[in-house]
Design a protein around this ligand. Sequence first.
Ligand code: ZN
Ligand code: FE
Length: 241
Amino acid sequence: MVPVHRVPAFTDNYVWLFEYAAGRCAVVDPADAAPVLAAVERLGLRVSHILNTHWHPDHVGGNLAIREATGCTIIGPAREQPKIPGIDRAVDEGDTVTLGEHRGNVLFVGAHTAGHIAFHFPSASALFCGDTLFAMGCGRLFEGTADDMFRAMAKLKALPPETRVFCAHEYTLSNARFAVTVEPDNAALHARFEAVQKARAMDEPTVPFTLAEELATNPFLRAASVAELAERRSAKDVFKG
Ligand code: ZN
Ligand code: FE
């Protein structure tokens, strides 16, 4: 399995180092340069690329300093190009990103932000989805509609269930607390909720996870209609859990 290293940043961000070839990596959504540069030094990796999923500062804040230090190429969403610091290559749905022997497909999943993209590398069984799909949750609708998010979920649902999902935040526990209120009779969800509570109590990460787990437990991925997704998203926005 292709190694993907986790770099925690700020309060709950995860930056991912996709080691697509021995000693070489792409950095996904660098919130901050310092922890990323420290991690690549410790792991003995060379940074060849940065992949950005969307323009929010906690996903692009490290772009310029990392490029300055490594000379890497920055690839990000075409529809948010003016907001991505240092972008070298703008990509959109249907484009591919080649890293060594791995070919990634760019998926347009605008909803959390209007131009949000995700990167799917089938040969690595890896999806980097930023703030679109979370464990048992989805991103807030800052710039898009429930309809947009429903379409994004449909696109992600179609990927192979064994896909490892690398999202950008540790929001799992809060999402799980909400999810059990939506589907109180879902046994798989309750089992996952318990596992997640144990992991978080020991300060262990809950990301990555598989798409199969989401298909069984994620109330946003499982929403049957746009209206149902909209209702769940609004309820989560004000959920105190
Ligand atoms: Zn965001
Ligand atoms: Fe974020």
